[in-house]
Design a binder for this molecule. Structure first.
Ligand code: SF4
Length: 435
């Protein structure tokens, strides 16, 4: 039987979908590349925003309409956080959360045998240990995601994740090393460390994120290591010092800001102020050459006044982000912020989001311009549909080469490139060393 996978949400979900594919293959199913040949749909959901839930339900309705006889499995964060709502979704034959997903193939078998609706969502006790669904298998590619951490216990007032993912838990260092070696043997050159709250890696057994990064950098064959999103409050000066000694660690840090206004940060239950954030950014910039800082910003959080928004905008402009994701605050039921007074009207949120996005686009252009003239080792990826090679510098600047290499793909190779010009969201480069 053929299974087709759909993933909503973040890189952790992408990693977990890969695990699920492997799980089903090992159980004798075929992973389908086309939805039209699928007998089973496995939908790995996200529930970070209410808008995302609506899209998920729409997609489930579309699948059921288009493939009335298929088996639909709904798994991931949405059913974990809202199990009662999820089990009432008529399109889903099997509903599971983010826990115990190793059972999925056997749940599908029971459903096929008995044709009766299955709900298997196990609540978190906050005492769980880190678990993967299976051992990762490797196929040749350029960049591999490696999930080393799960869960969060910080309870930011807008965020549902602590309810959908349970408490902090981390992958043991020896398992990280073994998995990284597997990636290296499969030909991967770059590893991206991902987690629900990566910065809290090791808090459950007395280790720090720097320990995991050092371990991954120590694996022969891996040339680059990247960190996905990190939280500012957990990274100490000592951590920055340790990390800056690792040559393979890429100087790109996605530091979630969320707001550049201290009053709003407190209302969000974030545990840093803008001054702490700025200090960390300066520290990173002083320790990592040509370092890029990217971020996420929410606008229109409850009680955000025009003055608060201006403060947030000015702070973001002062930092000078290389790239930013701007989100108008979206009410997430089940979180404290959804119940707060002074919710900001939608039109004001959208106006502020557009203003913040325009300003952050200008920062991105400025950053791209600042790279012109520099020389970087670029790790090339699959050619895009335009046929031009493209890749990323260590500081995650997207680079395009305006020469086609018809009989030689640059994919998964590192070449030195001189940046010759900057576009809105990427740089244009010239190959200067042909290995
Ligand atoms: S730190 Fe805050 S925003 Fe990030 S996952 Fe935890 S609760 Fe959510």
């Amino acid at each position: 039987m053929n299974v087709y996978f759909l993933t909503f949400g973040c890189k952790v979900n992408l990693y977990e979908t890969e695990n699920m594919k492997q799980l089903f293959s090992e159980a004798g199913y075929t992973v389908s590349a086309e939805e039209t040949s699928a007998d089973i749909f496995a939908v790995n959901s996200c529930t970070v925003t209410g808008t995302g839930d609506k899209k998920l339900k729409k997609e489930l309705r579309r699948l059921r309409r288009s493939y009335p006889n298929s088996v639909i499995v709904l798994t991931g964060c949405f059913p974990q956080a809202f199990s009662e709502e999820a089990e009432k979704i008529p399109e889903a034959d099997i509903v599971t959360g983010t826990k115990n997903r190793a059972e999925l193939p056997s749940l599908v078998e029971s459903f096929i045998r008995e044709r009766s609706h299955i709900v298997s969502v196990c609540p978190y006790t906050r005492k769980e240990k880190f678990e993967d669904m299976c051992n990762t298998r490797y196929e040749n590619n350029t960049r591999a995601f490696l999930k080393i951490q799960d869960g969060c216990g910080m309870f930011c007032t807008y965020c549902i994740i602590p309810y959908s993912r349970g408490g902090f838990r981390s992958k043991p260092i020896e398992d990280i090393i073994a998995e990284t070696k597997g990636f290296a043997e499969a030909g991967y050159k770059e590893i991206v460390l991902v987690g629900i709250n990566l910065s809290f890696y090791g808090v459950d057994f007395g280790k720090r994120l720097a320990d995991a990064v050092e371990a991954v950098c120590g694996v022969e064959g891996i040339e680059r290591v990247r960190l996905s999103s990190i939280e500012p409050e957990t990274i100490t000066e000592e951590d920055v010092k340790r990390l800056s000694k690792l040559e393979k660690l890429c100087p790109h840090f996605h530091l979630s800001l969320q707001s550049g206004c201290d009053k709003t940060l407190k209302a969000m239950n974030r545990r840093y102020l803008t001054a702490d954030y700025e200090k960390l950014v300066n520290n990173l910039r002083n320790n990592f050459k040509n370092c890029s800082i990217t971020t996420d910003i929410i606008v229109g959080f409850p009680d955000e006044t025009e003055e608060d928004f201006r403060q947030s905008l000015e702070f973001a402009e002062k930092i000078g982000f290389a790239r930013s994701h701007i989100f108008p605050y979206s009410k997430r039921s089940g979180t404290p912020a959804a119940e707060m007074e002074n919710q900001v009207p939608e039109e004001i949120k959208h106006r502020r989001a557009a203003e913040m996005a325009a300003s952050m686009d200008a920062s991105t252009r400025k950053f791209m311009q600042s790279q012109v003239g520099a020389v970087f080792p670029v790790l090339f990826e699959r050619e895009k549909s335009d046929g031009f090679p493209h890749g990323y510098t260590p500081n995650y600047t997207p680079v395009k080469i305006l020469t086609k290499y018809s009989n030689k793909s640059l994919r998964n190779s590192v070449f030195y490139v001189k940046i010759v010009s900057a576009e809105k969201d990427h740089c244009v480069g010239k190959l200067i060393i042909n290995n």
